[in-house]
Ligand binder design. Structure first.
Ligand code: PEP
Length: 259
């Protein structure tokens, strides 16, 4: 089945609103109307509104980096699905390893967010992935399956294809150490296999699974060439417009020409 590739940029806690506008403009000048790939920009909350204006009329989509599962209430510092929606966000990153590590987010809590996001017609980008210690202990697939099952618990089969799953080995995030295309394929393939067991073949064939972790324009093509990798979640390289645009145009860098 054809699955449109997704390239999502996670700007993390970088860029003031003014700087974010400049970055978004630099990106849309090059690929603003690109429709062969789904492009999602995820600025910090404080820049969502400003970037939403820049993206008006463009094909590029807007995403949040996190949200709280509650509708509203006494959750100081948090923002809701509805708040994201009213800023024209269509996507939201959930369960990023930095949230799991620094803010102690559990699979159960992340699952609540996934369910809430879907109820508000936000597409969750659910991040899963093992730490270096877990990989060295041979627990990669078990950890990733636990994150996938925990994150998707209670989600209806017809909603699963709205979820984008991002395999992000923690040891590859921001380290410059990228997983080999074979490692990325092994884990993304295993994730699709688990989706197949739980939700059936049609859902598994349609759900999009990304790789994230030190992706750059120089290594993206070989990873994207793998059959179960449907795109990439980009951290550091998404802050450099030339790099990000180079990643979006990954088809211009055939894998065999990548060193
Ligand atoms: C990320 O934080 O989601 C990520 C993939 O970061 P980087 O590309 O910098 O490794």
């Amino acid at each position: 089945m054809f699955r449109k590739k997704v390239i999502a940029g996670n700007w993390k806690m970088n860029k003031t609103a003014t700087e974010a506008v400049t970055l978004a403009k630099d990106i849309i000048d090059e690929v603003g109307r690109e429709t062969s790939v789904d492009i999602v920009l995820c600025p910090p909350f404080t820049a969502l509104s400003a970037v939403a204006h820049v993206l008006e009329g463009q094909a590029v989509k807007l995403g949040g980096q996190n949200m709280h599962p509650a509708k509203n209430g006494a959750y100081t510092g948090e923002i809701s699905a509805e708040m994201l929606r009213t800023l024209y966000a269509t996507h939201v990153i959930l369960g990023h390893s930095e949230r799991r590590t620094y803010f102690c987010e559990t699979d159960a809590f992340i699952n609540q967010k996934v369910v809430t996001a879907l109820a508000h017609e936000l597409k969750p980008i659910l991040c899963v992935g093992e730490t270096l210690a877990e990989r060295e202990a041979g627990a990669t697939l078990a950890v990733v399956q636990r994150h996938v099952e925990g994150g998707l618990s209670g989600v209806k089969p017809e909603q699963i294809t709205t979820v984008i799953i991002a395999y992000e080995p923690v040891w590859a995030i921001g380290t410059g150490e990228v997983a080999t295309p074979e490692d990325a394929q092994e884990v993304c393939g295993a994730i699709r296999g688990r989706v197949l067991e739980t939700f059936g073949a049609d859902v598994a064939a349609a759900v999009r699974i990304l790789y994230g972790g030190s992706v750059k324009s120089s290594n993206v093509a070989s990873i994207m060439a793998k059959p179960d990798v449907d795109g990439a979640l980009i951290g550091g390289a998404s802050l450099d417009p030339d790099e990000f645009v180079g990643i979006v145009r990954f088809r211009l860098h055939p894998p065999e020409l990548v060193s």
